[in-house]
Structure formats: structure tokens, C-alpha cells
Design a protein around this ligand. Structure first.
Ligand SMILES: C=C1C[C@]23C[C@@]1(O)CC[C@H]2[C@@]12CCC[C@@](C)(C(=O)O1)[C@H]2[C@@H]3C(=O)O
Ligand SMILES: O=C(O)CCC(=O)C(=O)O
Ligand SMILES: [Fe+2]
Length: 355
């Protein structure tokens, strides 16, 4: 049977109750974060900024490689995704989250499921609640969208399908640019397929909504995490909130630039490059004047394919830092070890211990 990511959480259900959802007009205690709840709370006053890369630049591969090595993230323009499609996905996201809660709950994510409406899975690792709501799409959104919009669901399904097609092509292009900068060639990645277009790749779309917040300095939209992907391509509306972390700089805000996209290196690309590219720690803050939407395309390999450091990047001086594991196995590890997952598999696991 064709395997997808959808069954990954059957053995790792997460119980996050909806009963204490705030009305998003005042900040209850359970939503008030202190530096103890998230150790790296304050933003940096450095003037360092995330690299901004024009994909039509003749030196694009070098720039992408440099950004991946230093930041594990970058912003792109001239990416070929029509701005009309970005408007459409933002419209879909706004329409979805503006539905009354009882309508959104009709498509609530099951405790052992992956798709649907809910708070981010990482919520279970924190004592405080995050000032956000999300909707995850894995595979066809038809059933969920039918529950949300009994009449107009097809129009929204078409937007998701078109968005996925463009994002998949862009992800493949970015992957070759990033790996090409390390001397990795198309013949080095067999699963990319005969057209080198990564047709077997799998993906999730995560739509996020950060409502207007009366006390943004004491709230957290989405707590610090790395993505469990090869790469994530993120579109944010024109309200700032995304921050990325670099050890030597601290937290840096990624300003929304109309029409641009943010690219994050995920944990699996970190593993594939044997640690050369860091997976970027990032989070979302909230705003007291405007609500914020973000739309993340979380891109990874076929869910049952073994991923390990590329032989080309391993030699006697650079022994493999990680054992082989599948995306599904990594997500299961993340469900128990969260931000310690990489060090856990690096230090404690050999391939045959991962179930
Ligand atoms: C494929 C996936 C990555 C993700 C978990 C998921 O199964 C689908 C949702 C993704 C997301 C989006 C918000 C942040 C995040 C950490 C979360 O809680 O759900 C990521 C997960 C991840 O990258 O680990
Ligand atoms: O809202 C954002 O800018 C970040 C979203 C994010 O990190 C995610 O969906 O994984
Ligand atoms: Fe993320």
C-alpha cells in the first residue's frame, strides 16, 4: 500500500484540549510567557539580517549555499510562484480562520491524526499556551474542506492543488541549488528520480493564524522550533512576526517583503548534509494591531525512504554524524524528544534501534 505521513502519529497521539481556547481579547495567565517558559526570549539588537536572494542572480548557487551554511535560512525573490497564487492562498487562509470556532472544529485534527484544525503539535511541550491556531493539510484537503465549506470547498481545493504544484517545483530547484553548492550532483540522489524532480517527495501545508494580541510582549505565537523537513518554504502576510535564531547573533526578525518567500533548512537536510547546513531555530511573535497569517510548505522525502548523511559528504575526516532513518521515524522521534531530537539520534541511536 502507498504509505503517507498521515499514519505517523497513530502511535504518538497528542492530547491538546480545545476547551481552554481564549477568546483572543485578553491575555489569561495560561497564555502569559516569561523568559522561563522559553529560554531565549528577547530579540537581538544586532543589525544582521537574513540573506535576501534573487533567484535570477548569476551567482545564485553560491549565495544559497552560503545562506544555508551560515543561517540555515534565507528569503527569496524571483522564485516564479505567481503573485496571484500567493494572494489566493492568503485569501484561503483568511477565509478559513475567520470562520466561527464551531465551524472550524468540524474539521478538528484527531488526536492521532495529522490533518485538520488545531493548535500546533509542539504545544504539548510547553506549560504555556501559544497565541495561534493552525490548519494542517496532508494529502487531499477535500474531506476537511467539505466540512468547513459545504458549498465552496472545490474552489479552495483547487488553490491548494495549484499551490502544491508550484511549491514542489520550487523546492526541487532550491534543493539542487543548495546541494550543488556542496558539489552534490543529480546522480548522487537516486530518489530524485529520472527527471531529477523529486516526484516521490511528500509534503504538508501548515496554515497559521496569529490573532491580534493585546499584550504581544508577553505572548508567544509559535514557540522556538526547527522543522522536521528537508526544507520549508514559508509565505507570510504583511505583518512581521517570524524570527530566526543564530548562535552568534540571537533572534532576528524576518521582515515581510511583499511577494517574497522564506526558506528554512529543516532537520532532514541537516542530516543529509552531515551537519554542514544547520536547521534553523525559528519562532513567531505576535502583534497588537494586526493579525498575522503564514503559510508553510513543509517538504520532505518519501516518508519511508531511509535518509542518512550523503556518502559524498562523508570521508575519513568527516565521519557520519547521524544514523539512517525515515521521515516517519524522525517525526515519531520529534513527537517525544522535540528540540532534542537531533542530538538524541546523534548520540543515543544506531539505525537498528529506531522503530
Ligand atoms: C510534517 C509535519 C511537520 C510538522 C508536523 C507535521 O506532521 C505537520 C505539521 C508540521 C508542524 C507545523 C508547525 C510547527 C511544527 C513543529 C508543528 O508542530 O507542526 C511542524 C512539524 C515539524 O516540522 O516537526
Ligand atoms: O508563522 C511563521 O512565520 C512560522 C511558521 C512555522 O514556523 C511553521 O509553520 O513551521
Ligand atoms: Fe516552523
Amino acid at each position: 500500500m502507498h504509505s503517507t505521513l498521515s499514519d505517523v502519529f497513530i502511535s504518538h497521539p497528542i492530547h491538546i484540549p480545545f476547551s481552554n481556547l481564549p477568546d483572543f481579547t485578553s491575555l489569561p495567565d495560561s497564555y502569559t510567557w516569561t523568559p522561563n517558559d522559553d529560554l531565549l526570549f528577547s530579540a537581538s539588537d544586532s543589525d544582521e539580517s537574513l540573506p535576501f536572494i534573487d533567484l535570477s542572480d548569476p551567482h545564485v548557487a553560491t549565495r544559497v549555499g552560503h545562506a544555508c551554511t551560515t543561517w540555515g535560512a534565507f528569503q527569496i525573490t524571483n522564485h516564479g510562484v505567481p503573485s496571484r497564487l500567493l494572494d489566493d492562498i492568503e485569501f484561503l487562509t483568511g477565509s478559513l480562520f475567520r470562520l466561527p470556532v464551531h465551524r472550524k472544529l468540524k474539521a478538528a485534527r484527531r488526536e492521532d491524526g495529522i490533518s485538520g484544525y488545531g493548535v500546533a503539535r509542539i504545544a504539548s511541550f510547553f506549560n504555556k499556551q501559544m497565541w495561534s491556531e493552525g490548519f494542517t493539510v496532508v494529502g487531499s484537503p477535500l474531506d476537511d474542506f467539505h466540512k468547513l465549506w459545504p458549498i465552496h470547498h472545490l474552489k479552495y481545493c483547487e488553490i491548494i492543488q495549484e499551490y502544491e504544484e508550484h511549491m514542489q517545483k520550487l523546492a526541487a530547484k532550491l534543493m539542487w541549488l543548495a546541494l550543488g553548492s556542496l558539489g552534490v550532483e543529480e546522480k548522487d540522489i537516486k530518489w530524485a528520480g529520472p527527471g531529477s524532480d523529486f516526484q516521490g517527495a511528500q509534503a504538508a501545508i501548515q496554515l497559521n493564524h496569529y490573532p491580534i494580541c493585546p499584550e504581544p510582549d508577553r505572548a508567544m505565537g509559535l514557540a522556538a522550533h526547527t522543522d522536521s523537513t528537508l526544507m520549508t518554504i514559508l509565505y507570510q502576510n504583511n505583518t512581521a512576526g517570524l524570527q530566526v535564531f543564530r548562535d552568534d547573533v540571537g533572534w532576528v526578525t524576518v521582515p515581510p517583503v511583499p511577494g517574497s518567500l522564506v526558506v528554512n533548512v529543516g532537520d532532514l537536510l541537516h542530516i543529509l548534509t552531515n551537519g554542514i547546513f544547520p536547521s534553523v531555530l525559528h519562532r513567531a511573535r505576535v502583534n497588537h494591531l494586526r493579525s498575522r497569517f503564514s503559510m508553510a510548505y513543509l517538504w520532505g522525502p518519501p516518508s519511508d525512504l531511509m535518509i542518512s548523511p550523503l556518502p559524498k559528504l562523508v570521508d575519513p575526516l568527516h565521519s557520519p554524524l547521524y544514523p539512517s532513518l525515515t521521515w516517519k521515524q524522525y517525526l515519531a522521534t520529534k513527537a517525544t524528544h522535540f528540540n532534542q531530537s537531533l542530538s538524541f539520534i546523534r548520540n543515543y541511536l544506531s539505525s537498528d534501534q529506531i522503530s
